[in-house]
Design a protein around this ligand. Sequence first.
Ligand SMILES: [Zn+2]
Ligand SMILES: [Zn+2]
Length: 184
Amino acid sequence: MTWAEDLVNTYNVVREKEKMPDPAALAELLIAHEIRIKDLPGTKDLDKARTLRAALREVFGAPDEETAVALLNRILADHHALPHYTNHDGEWHLHVTDPQAPPVDQYAVNAAIGLLGVITTTGMSRLHICDGNRCEEVFVDVSRNQSRRYCSPRICGNRASAAAHRARRRDTGAGRADRHDPLP
Ligand SMILES: [Zn+2]
Ligand SMILES: [Zn+2]
């Protein structure tokens, strides 16, 4: 379920910070998602993954469901989605890519299917870009009351409440009073 987020958040668009700097970092991401890789990814795979990353980010920023679904359908086509049933583990179930397909294609299709599942069952409003200062990480809000505003309540959430607290102190002039107090 975190396929799209995990890839999109390897780049911070505000700080222009690259967290997937080389093919080895891509390999790590693929392995973390249990995609089998025969050969280590190369720079072409890295380029492809970064292009996919930008396409997925566009989905999070899409103005409406139609646009988001169209973008995701495009990703499915571009990365050769191949729905098929298999019983490799003893029970028939659906796989969405050719297990021999290039790893980034497999990643793309799984990421797109994941977001399509969310959008078509619970709606586009689950897809978010973090409200945190200079963050813009993306996340899918799966909380029941859909109240998440930050990628991480611990980091961006805390930072935002600390900033709000400082702003309130400035507004009320709190902490300034003692300057005018007579010395004891
Ligand atoms: Zn399976
Ligand atoms: Zn954030």
